[in-house]
Design a protein around this ligand. Structure first.
Ligand SMILES: CC(C)(COP(=O)(O)OP(=O)(O)OC[C@H]1O[C@@H](n2cnc3c(N)ncnc32)[C@H](O)[C@@H]1OP(=O)(O)O)[C@@H](O)C(=O)NCCC(=O)NCCS
Length: 209
């Protein structure tokens, strides 16, 4: 049975080994230092999938950094409430068993409940069909924008998911026009991905402009 749990420092060497199997082109030192940094960062969370005492998958998620905005010549640092999935990988021998779906759900719950994130974002290479299916069909992420050359030559889609649902109004306050919004009501269709603009995106982020 596969167990999804928060990572401990003891998991790092095996998580790194799994990371390098998932992303063979990755530099081992970068992998190790990112995992180590993530473990000590108060704004990041690492979940691992454990099977028979071995780490067979991991996900790293975090709250995005604060943004600086200028109001009346004064620079104000605003906390950005969005989450971001940085890394996800499942050992090649354990794929198609639902492990990535479970890891992602754990990370999303943590982003919403522990970090209070309303949205979570992630990048995915446009040729990564396995991950695109996972995010779009199973987890219902929606297209936000395309970023050129994001992965050293390969374009990436920035996908977004709303984590918190709008609270329904008490009946007495609910005017006829105040319809409850149905989030996740439309599947993110891969055909949409070929568009360079987004009609589903309400507020394009500056990084995509
Ligand atoms: C992408 C990845 C994380 C999926 O892990 P996984 O544990 O096999 O995923 P799941 O078993 O939870 O699969 C969920 C859905 O993803 C999609 N999917 C997974 N593998 C797929 C594949 N090889 N081809 C097409 N779709 C695939 C399917 O829609 C699947 O649902 P289904 O089983 O009902 O068809 C894994 O293939 C991986 O580690 N790849 C290398 C690293 C990587 O690309 N990470 C993501 C970076 S953005």
């Amino acid at each position: 049975m596969v167990c999804i749990r928060k990572a401990t420092l003891a998991d790092i060497p095996e998580a790194k080994a799994c990371d390098l199997l998932c992303f063979p082109e990755k530099d081992p030192i970068t992998s190790l230092s990112f995992l180590n940094d993530s473990m000590f960062s108060p704004s990041r969370v690492v979940y691992v999938a454990e099977h028979g005492g071995f780490i067979v998958g991991f996900v790293v998620a975090g709250k995005e950094k604060a943004q600086k905005t200028k109001i009346d010549e004064e620079e104000i640092e605003e906390e950005c409430g969005d989450g971001y999935i940085s890394w996800l990988g499942v050992h090649p021998d354990y794929r198609k068993l639902g492990i990535a779906s479970k890891l992602m759900t754990a990370a999303e719950n943590s982003m919403a409940q522990e970090y209070g994130c309303e949205y979570v974002y992630l990048h995915v290479g446009i040729s990564n069909h396995a991950a695109l299916n996972l995010y779009a069909k199973v987890l219902r992420y929606k297209f936000h924008c395309t970023e050129a050359n994001y992965y050293g030559g390969e374009d990436a889609y920035l996908l977004r998911k709303q984590l918190t649902e709008e609270q329904p109004l008490p009946l007495a306050e609910a005017a006829p026009k105040a319809k409850k919004k149905h989030f996740f009501s439309t599947y993110f269709c891969c055909a949409q991905l070929s568009r360079s603009d987004s009609t589903s995106a309400t507020q394009p982020r500056s990084s995509c402009a």
